[in-house]
Ligand binder design. Structure first.
Ligand SMILES: Cc1cc2nc3c(=O)[nH]c(=O)nc-3n(C[C@H](O)[C@H](O)[C@H](O)COP(=O)(O)OP(=O)(O)OC[C@H]3O[C@@H](n4cnc5c(N)ncnc54)[C@H](O)[C@@H]3O)c2cc1C
Length: 390
């Protein structure tokens, strides 16, 4: 693009934040459509925020922290985490799809550099959507029992099975799929991660309507789907370490982006609706704010560790627990502060509608990315060394 001055990957984090804020001010008119979140279906939200992803790519902000090999400008991942927080703090809606990029792209970079070279730039600039295919009807918390099979066929594999709850599934063009290449008795061993083209013959994607009314997840059926060896993520049989690597970003880096969004949601709620708040509002706002600050403090350390390339082990379960607690505290706080609008207002009240959909979504934050009870078990057993309860 002509006349675009790309950000400096050698700048300090404070300098990056300042430069990004200046850019936001200069482009305020162009960015205005990306300021307002509304309750809407995923495909509509993607279409609406895709130009923002493109703009952030073209102006280099979303290229910070990615290596040159994948279209990045260099710098550390902390640069782009700072950009995410500043974007939210300025009242813009983080392109939602970008959350899944921050989870999946680091895995591609680490375990499938050839695939990353092509797909990371295309995904980060908003031109394709990716999803995760891990959970199955009989395998969620216990992925070791998954049954989708991949069998060697010439220079690739044939895949048969069913995945469910794949976020973004019906708008995704690629899926990172965990399948069994070993024996069922191998459990967590004998799993392999694949990068599957969802336009392949034999793939069928069926959206699932959630209680919130939106179709954010899908079932994906694989009927003799061919995947070439070049689309392996990591080695055959290494699926478990690969998915655990991804989970650090799903439970850690994703939480950083969400805390930034939640801070802005709370700030805007207070700014726009304080005159309707009940008499005990100070206590509700105080509790909510403290929960968010706790999450932010934790996530700040976590993204530092991730940026340094350190393995977090089971510690990222703490971020996941704090995030789901914060999601539910903020939305429950909003419900009380706006009472009785969430319960009683009609669908044509956009504020009630938006907070209702956020409230519904917050209920599932203790399920996706790993159920809350399982995260607590991991913290108890593997971090605190408490005796196993079963
Ligand atoms: C909105 C949403 C988005 C999702 N996105 C994706 C996605 O993109 N990709 C994907 O692969 N999956 C996705 N999932 C699936 C999600 O990861 C699983 O639902 C989750 O891991 C729980 O698995 P399950 O549903 O099979 O429940 P189960 O594992 O059957 O758990 C049922 C209950 O038993 C409890 N439980 C199970 N095991 C234990 C244990 N060892 N100790 C204590 N309690 C236990 C659980 O806490 C839970 O309360 C998504 C789910 C939702 C709701």
């Amino acid at each position: 693009m002509a006349n675009v001055v790309l950000p400096d990957p050698d700048a300090t984090l404070a300098q990056t934040a300042t430069a990004f804020r200046r850019w936001l001010t200069e482009l305020a008119a162009e960015l205005e459509p990306f300021r307002h979140e509304v309750a809407e279906e995923l495909d509509l939200a993607y279409a609406r925020f895709r130009p923002l992803q493109r703009l952030l790519w073209d102006h280099g902000w979303h290229r910070l922290g990615w290596a040159n090999e994948v279209g990045g400008l260099g710098g550390t991942p902390l640069h782009r985490y700072v950009v995410a927080e500043e974007l939210a703090a300025a009242g813009y809606v983080n392109p939602g799809i970008h959350g899944s990029i921050e989870i999946i792209a680091p895995m591609l970079v680490r375990f499938a550099p050839g695939l990353a070279e092509h797909h990371v730039p295309v995904g980060v600039r908003g031109d394709e959507v990716w999803c995760q295919g891990f959970s199955e009807p009989d395998a969620g918390s216990d992925l070791g029992s998954l049954r989708t099979r991949a069998v060697v066929d010439g220079e690739g594999f044939r895949i048969n099975g069913q995945k469910m709850w794949s976020s973004n599934g019906h708008i995704a063009s690629w899926c990172c799929l965990l399948a069994r290449t070993g024996e069922a008795a191998d459990g967590y061993r004998g799993l392999t991660m694949f990068w599957v083209d969802l336009s392949s013959t034999g793939v069928r994607v069926v959206p699932t309507k959630l209680e919130s009314g939106s179709s954010d997840t899908s079932e994906i059926f694989f009927d003799d789907v061919y995947v070439p060896n070049t689309h392996l993520i990591g080695d055959v049989g290494q699926g478990w370490p690969v998915v655990m690597y991804l989970m650090q970003f799903e439970r850690g880096a994703y939480a950083w982006g969400r805390q930034a969004d939640l801070h802005t949601q709370l700030t805007e709620l207070i700014r726009d609706h304080a005159d309707e708040f009940p008499t005990d509002a100070d206590e509700i706002v105080g509790d909510t704010y403290l929960t968010l600050l706790g999450l932010r403090s934790r996530c700040r350390d976590t993204i530092g560790e991730l940026a340094a390339g350190n393995d977090l082990g089971p510690a990222f379960s703490i971020d996941k627990i704090l995030l789901s607690t914060a999601e539910q505290t903020v939305t429950e706080g909003a419900r009380k502060l706006l009472h009785p609008r969430l319960e009683l207002a009609a669908d044509d009240d956009p504020v009630a509608e938006l907070w209702r959909s956020r409230w519904s979504f917050s209920r599932i934050t203790t399920i996706y990315g790993g159920a809350g009870e399982v995260q607590r078990d991991l913290v108890a057993e593997r971090l605190l060394g408490l005796p196993r309860g079963r």
